[in-house]
Design a protein. Structure first.
Length: 95
């Protein structure tokens, strides 16, 4: 089985860093899944990201290009044979 890759999009503004994005980052790190972190550093970047992906909140996690969750969804991830059953939960209200 090939290694899956995740992308984390999270908000980190000059005056506010989304705590739920930090939680998602920590959980991805703990899961052992390879991931790329994308920082949304301005309100304009956050708004453009949400519009492009038709989501209302950040953080958002994508695995192998497929959006699997963020905001109010709870998403299981693992890097082993269990596919989408694992230990990552992402949720948030910021952004």
């Amino acid at each position: 089985m090939s290694q899956r890759t995740a992308s984390l999009y999270r908000m980190k503004l000059p005056t506010h860093e989304c705590p739920f994005g930090l939680i998602a980052k920590r959980m991805l790190e703990d899961s052992g899944l390879d991931f790329v972190e994308h920082i949304l550093g301005t309100r304009e970047e956050v708004d453009a990201f949400k519009a492009e992906h038709r989501v209302t909140t950040t953080p958002q996690v994508f695995v192998d290009g497929e959006r699997i969750g963020g905001s109010e969804e709870r998403v299981g991830l693992c890097s082993g044979e269990e596919a989408h059953q694992g230990a990552l939960v992402t949720h948030g209200r910021d952004g």
